[in-house]
Design a protein around this ligand. Sequence first.
Ligand code: FES
Length: 124
Amino acid sequence: MQAVSNVPSQATDWIEIGKLEEIPRLGARVVQTPEGDIAVFRNAEDEVFALRDKCPHKGGPLSQGIVHGRKVTCPLHNWNIEMDCGKAVAPDEGCAATFPVRLEDGVVYLSLTPGNGCSQQENA
Ligand code: FES
């Protein structure tokens, strides 16, 4: 099983959010945090990714989008967002904040420290 994605080394504030199998494959689970909702996605290869649950276009709920490969399609206007860096796929422009996630013995951990990705340019 492939385990880890977008994990910067500085993350230390890991919180356990449940088992991998509790996240629907090709779907997501929403984790409510003081920073806002974070969508934790699982793709067909059992890789996990976490993005702010807010599309960089008009704030659509990415957690309700369709996962394909390492991308998710927003349910509102079909923008494709790269889950490993949060960037909208060209010609669209924008970025959703990413968060580090890791998988250990089938348990998913999330850090609330935004990942490197393009979160610095996130559209509010
Ligand atoms: S809000 Fe996501 S594509 Fe428009």
